[in-house]
Every structure is written in structure tokens, then in C-alpha cells.
Design a protein around this ligand. Structure first.
Ligand code: PEP
Length: 254
């Protein structure tokens, strides 16, 4: 059985002080988790303080991006090696905001994925279509193409370590979700593609998340779908009560 995974993408929100204040409030809501992993992805500046504060708890820390080289003349970039040394265990790659606002290409995402796997940082690779592509019925082809380009040339033995996130761009930060059934259909097709790149039993072990305006009220509906293994959460992850509510949706009723 695949362990559920809930990832908080804080984007460019929360200074170190604010991040620690969030954690204090979050710990008042939830301390123990069962059959579920939770990863906080704060801005780079808060990673170290969060690592220290969360040590000994079941909660983990991830980065929102990284460069593909370990060092060099890349002003303003962050190395996978630096992240690994700091104890960062996960990294979000290819988020639609990086693709759309910063021009990140499939080729760059491919190199970042290779670098993350090389450093044993678990990559969470985002794929998803725009509103226009959605309306034109291109979702399945586009998502498959993004996956294919990310996977080109990767070492086959590393592929089971990749986590995927289906994030329809029209649902990010808009309050509009894909329905659980729509998300299930796309994620099921992603798993089918992965079974071709790897094999069916391996694809069954790989985790695929949904992201796009997930809230504590809506989480349960998505989790009923057989192929949805958790969430990448933006807006709602900035609120300790709402984020704890999403995590509670993964827990067995007491
Ligand atoms: C995201 O940025 O990955 C995201 C899913 O954001 P939101 O939950 O705010 O739609």
C-alpha cells in the first residue's frame, strides 16, 4: 500500500520568524501522524530553522526548487549538494509557477530531476495543463509529454523514487478544483504511462499527488480515489488549522 503524502508549498511566503510561529500553531493542532508523510517546503531562507525545529518529529522539510549543478558560477542559484548537506530530503521540481513565470523548460527540469536523484533527494515533479489546453482536450497528451521529457535519459533504477504531482494550472490558487473524478482519470493515466516506463508492479508503488486549490473540506473526496496518493497544497498550507485539517483527512477515524 502506498503511504499518503501531503506536501506544503509555501511559495514565497513566511520569513524564518513567521515559519517558526506557524510551526508552533501547527503543533498545537497535530503532533502524531499515522500512515502518512508530511513535508513542508518553505522558502530557502527558512529551511535550516525548520529542519532544526522539526528534528525528532514525523514532519519533514523540502525545497521548492534547485539548480542541477553542485557548484559553480550560477549567481542566485541553490545547489542540490547544499540542500542535501542541510538535511533536505525532498525537492519540488517543475512547478507551473517556475515554468510560467521563470521560463523553466522541460530540458532544465530533466537535468534537475537527474541531479536530485543523484543526490538522493526525493523529487516531486509537477505536471499539468493550462486552462486553454484543458478546454482543448489536450490534458492527457500534455501531461504524458511533460512526464516523458522529464524522464528522458534517467537511470531506470532511480525511477521508482520519483513522486509526481498532477497540478492543473487552472486550479492553482484559483479556488477551482478539478473534480476528484477528473483528477483520478488523469492520475490513473499517468500511472499507466509509468507502468510502460518501468513495469506495472513498480508503477503501483509510485506516489502521484493532486494539487490545485485543495482545502480541508475537499480533501476526503480526493482521497477516496484509488490512484490519488495525497496532495501538493499551496494556499491552504499557510494556515495551520486548515493544513492540519487536510492531514487529518488522511488519518483513520478514531
Ligand atoms: C501549488 O502551488 O502547488 C498549489 C497547489 O497551490 P494552491 O493549493 O493554492 O492551489
Amino acid at each position: 500500500m502506498r503511504t499518503k503524502l501531503i506536501v506544503a508549498n509555501w511559495k514565497m511566503n513566511y520569513s524564518v520568524t513567521e515559519a517558526l510561529k506557524f510551526l508552533a500553531a501547527f503543533h498545537r493542532e497535530i503532533n502524531e501522524i499515522e500512515n502518512c508523510e508530511v513535508v513542508f517546503c518553505p522558502p530557502f531562507t527558512a529551511l535550516y530553522a525548520m529542519e532544526e525545529t522539526l528534528e525528532g518529529t514525523p514532519f519533514k522539510v523540502g525545497a521548492q526548487n534547485m539548480h542541477w549543478e553542485d557548484s559553480g558560477a550560477f549567481t542566485g542559484e541553490i545547489s542540490p549538494f547544499f540542500l542535501k548537506e542541510m538535511g533536505v530530503q525532498y525537492v519540488i521540481l517543475g512547478h507551473s509557477e517556475r515554468r510560467q513565470l521563470f521560463g523553466e523548460t522541460d530540458g532544465e527540469i530533466n537535468k534537475k530531476l537527474m541531479a536530485a536523484l543523484h543526490q538522493n533527494i526525493i523529487p516531486i515533479v509537477c505536471v499539468g495543463e493550462t486552462d486553454k489546453e484543458h478546454k482543448e482536450g489536450k490534458t492527457f497528451d500534455l501531461v504524458n509529454l511533460q512526464m516523458k521529457k522529464a524522464l528522458e535519459g534517467q537511470n531506470k533504477t532511480d525511477l521508482p523514487n520519483i513522486i509526481w504531482a498532477y497540478e492543473p494550472i487552472w486550479a492553482i490558487g484559483t479556488g477551482k478544483n478539478a473534480t476528484p473524478e477528473q483528477a483520478q482519470e488523469v492520475i490513473q493515466s499517468m500511472r499507466k504511462e509509468l507502468s510502460k516506463t518501468t513495469n506495472a508492479p513498480t508503477a503501483e508503488t509510485m506516489r502521484i499527488l493532486y494539487g490545485g486549490s485543495v482545502s480541508d473540506e475537499k480533501a476526503k473526496g480526493f482521497l477516496k480515489q484509488p490512484d490519488i496518493d495525497g496532495f501538493l497544497v499551496g494556499g491552504a498550507s499557510l494556515n495551520p488549522q486548515k493544513f492540519a485539517g487536510i492531514i487529518r483527512a488522511t488519518q483513520r477515524p478514531q
